[in-house]
Design a protein around this ligand. Structure first.
Ligand code: COA
Length: 246
């Protein structure tokens, strides 16, 4: 794995760690591709029974904005979409440990995880409207399901930043712990699941996903069409350039 994404294995647990601290783990196309590969490797490895998805002092500040601007759009089969599909399709449990910034896809990817451990100082936001963009990652259907209509609507319309307490209250987190216990808690929850009969865990996960799988898939396709179009528009261009020229 390239050094911005670290993949390690200890017993039945695979750990995928975002490791670009100098840019708050902002995700480039290359990092998404490596993340997709890491999930595929863990999926194919019969010894792996659960996956911990971790950051560092920040989880991720979202898509790399310079990358957005440099690539001039999203292409036909963009790396973030392939990553989210790999995450959503993974048959093994994925447990995220999240502290610091979890912005944009840093929040929406959590809706595809099986459990989410938040450090108590986490700062989350889905600033799509602020950036002239639209919700992605299936969040326009998953967030109302998770948080309820009114809370989801507000967070996605307002781009507001929120913390661990609010995330727990609206159902976006499984546990909130002290920041320095985040990674260890996520790994220990992976170990808890890894001790259970693996086929039963995979079957439970399949049953839980099944009722909304088609809706999530079609919503993600529609979101990414709208996202790619918005990315070419004036509002997004102005907002993204304003971040880069701060
Ligand atoms: N894309 C590219 N670079 C990013 C980034 C992103 N999404 N988020 C942070 N960075 C970079 C900064 O440009 C900075 O780089 P530099 O040191 O070379 O100037 C470095 O990471 C540190 O970020 P900085 O903004 O100085 O840290 P901060 O603590 O003041 O603020 C955030 C942290 C996360 C609040 C702020 O970086 C931010 O708002 N980032 C953008 C979040 C976002 O809109 N994501 C996209 C969602 S679609």
């Amino acid at each position: 794995m390239n050094e911005q994404i670290l993949y390690t294995k200890a017993g039945a647990i695979a750990t995928i760690r975002l490791n670009r601290p100098e840019k708050k783990n902002a995700l480039t196309a290359a990092m998404y591709a490596t993340l997709s590969k890491a999930i595929g490797d863990a999926e194919r490895d019969a010894d792996v029974r659960a996956i911990a998805l971790l950051g560092g002092s920040d989880f991720t500040a979202g898509n790399d904005i310079a990358d957005f601007v440099a690539s001039g759009g999203m292409g036909d089969d963009p790396a973030p979409v392939r990553f989210l599909r790999a995450l959503g399709d993974c048959s093994k449990p994925v447990i995220a440990g999240v502290r610091g910034a979890a912005i944009g896809i840093g929040t929406t990817m959590l809706m595809h995880c099986d459990a989410v451990v938040l450090g108590d100082s986490v700062k989350m936001a889905m600033p799509f409207t602020k950036l002239g963009l639209v919700p992605e990652g299936g969040s326009s259907v998953l967030l109302p399901l998770i948080a309820g209509r009114m809370r989801a609507w507000w967070l996605l319309l307002s781009s507001e930043t929120f913390g661990a307490e609010e995330a727990m209250r609206i159902g976006l987190a499984t546990r909130v712990v002290a920041d320095d216990a985040t990674d260890a808690t996520a790994v220990s929850m992976c170990e808890q699941l890894a001790k259970l009969p693996p086929k039963a865990v995979a079957n439970a996960k399949r049953m839980l996903k099944q009722p909304f799988a088609e809706l999530v898939r079609t919503t993600m396709d529609e979101e990414f069409r709208a996202f790619a179009e918005a990315l070419r528009g004036d509002e997004a261009r102005a907002a993204l350039m304003s971040f880069l020229q701060r």
